[in-house]
Design a protein around this ligand. Sequence first.
Ligand code: F6P
Length: 334
Amino acid sequence: MYSLPKLEPIRDIRAIAVLTSGGDSPGMNPAIRGIVRSALNRGIQVYGVQRGFAGLIQNDLELLTSASVSNIVQRGGTLLKSARSLEFRQAEFRQKAAEQLAERGIEALFVIGGDGSLSGAHLFEAETGIPVIGLPGTIDNDIFGTDDTIGFDTAVNTALDAIDKIRDTADSHERHFLVEVMGRNSGFLATHVGIAAGAEMIIVPEHPVDIAALSEQLALNRNSGQGSSGIIVVAEGNEAGLTYRLAEQLKQHGQSPHVCILGHIQRGGIPSGHDRVLASCLGAVSVEYLLAGYSDILVGVQQGEVTDIPLDNLLRYRKGLDPELLRIALQLHR
Ligand code: F6P
């Protein structure tokens, strides 16, 4: 359980809007439910925005009731749908969205998404003065200021389920597999998945890979009878096709690994219990933050404590991979 902040309401809010943006993540639905129920129980109207910032610009909003969020806590994806909006990067569209919110009497916007979406939310507040509260919704767990993000735990478990199966066939055929996981340009997902899967190697963007050394290690494992098969977890990185290129390079060094790209399977599925609790707590508490006078913040978690992080920190700092975790992961290799 998280330790929750004690917040005193100091302002009245009559209506809010909530949207999900960027890559969806398992747990967005319980987060929406947390916001909606927490707000309705305080007499605040809640509008759901369809398809993230795109729907905000198109004025595609509808009032949500308590029943609208019934029976969604266990569903992957997002009830509100999600999108990546190019238009929202332009000030004129952000202004248009703000005017439309004002016309409906909406006094604050809740954004559930990754760092790109939350940075957009910060700009929106800075330019329009409409209070914004962000919630970290991404499988990448790469958002500065929060130890955890909604969907990360489920995505780790989804990847593990797949890798456990790949290991069966890898063992039967004495093969090495390069298994690519998502995470964009950060290695959180790969490191956690790699540790939990007992991977023989983990390759992340934060540490350049030495192909010759990797190939030597695989040969060493094979010759010492330790590793005629194995799993190498690779973070996708920023450039498409990276894992296939790695496989090609390893081939030039005498190895013949198979490639398996886990892809979008990691974004779907039933949210884990952990993600449901995280999302529900962050959703409910985020409304309390708004009423306590906060705005332009991310509601996240630090060392088991639900806390607020200024959204502009996301523009200034990058969350670094914990070097200790990587050190431990590397110690567990064969
Ligand atoms: O940010 C979440 C994420 O799933 C990344 O891990 C991945 O690189 C990206 O989104 C894929 O985005 P899209 O579904 O738009 O291709």
